[in-house]
Design a protein around this ligand. Sequence first.
Ligand SMILES: Nc1ncnc2c1ncn2[C@@H]1O[C@H](COP(=O)(O)OP(=O)(O)OP(=O)(O)O)[C@@H](O)[C@H]1O
Length: 304
Amino acid sequence: MSVLELTNTSRWYGNVVAVNDVSMQIGPGVTGLLGPNGAGKTTLIAMMAGFLAPSAGEVQLDGQPVWNNVSVYRAIGLVPEREASFGYLTGRQFVRANAELHKLSAPGEATERALGIVDLVEPAGRLISTYSKGMRQRVKLAAALVHDPGVLLLDEPFNGVDPRQRMHLMDLLTRMGAEGRTVLFSSHILEEVEQIARHIEVVVSGRHAASGDFGAIRRLMSDRPNVYLIRSSADRRLATVLMGAESVAGVQLDPRGGVVVQVTDFGEFARALPRQAKEHGITLREVTPTDESLESVFAYLVSA
Ligand SMILES: Nc1ncnc2c1ncn2[C@@H]1O[C@H](COP(=O)(O)OP(=O)(O)OP(=O)(O)O)[C@@H](O)[C@H]1O
């Protein structure tokens, strides 16, 4: 059982603070590292993998510092976001090269075992340059698994991968977690993280913004005030009606037409809106969220 522990970890590049005083513990099972682009996920993963020294604080695996510690590297497998520039190698050669880098006693066997796990035995003799995006992710995963590490770190593994291959990869990660490995993958998509992560860590602007199971994170995100634009057959009358609703914090008429409503309790609002519109003989034409971008959701989490 492997536990990664970050204690007041920071990393800066010149004046840019990429990771700011982050403390968290990652245990066995699948954890999702969720955050918008530029949040510091790649930097965090590089520090967890021992590829990058923290500027302050520490990253430990089972009580041992990760940085500059060869014995700890043996327990960690990393699937980087960047495409391996080894298109001229076959899948088998690429995985085998990693087995040899780890100085495994039976590199051939380890290579076949890892290719088997990711279901790439049959195309392993082909050049990586002929692989689909999903296959390239899987061959990187095989290379990261070749030394049978207890910890597996993956940076945006589902980016650009088609839905069928994504399911396949998700099943693989779920299996790795169920086997007792400590699996952490980064993503900027909540729905993706929810599907397989037992636990979610949220980072925004280099800071640790939230932590919990997907129910807790989902609640945090949906409890925030939401803004909707509503178009109806009688906007002014609708605005007056909504002013009295308990789930509404503010109402404004949009000069371009429609009513802009600030909602505090979405569930209650969703029940009240059609009922009240009907009571007052108003036809609803459109209800659109206006600030549903992930950036605004994350910004809310940070200020919470
Ligand atoms: N080598 C570097 N030199 C200078 N700044 C860097 C370097 N690497 C990352 N940064 C900056 O650090 C911040 C965090 O970057 P990082 O790549 O860790 O975020 P991320 O969450 O992985 O984002 P993305 O998903 O876009 O890769 C960004 O502002 C980025 O521009």
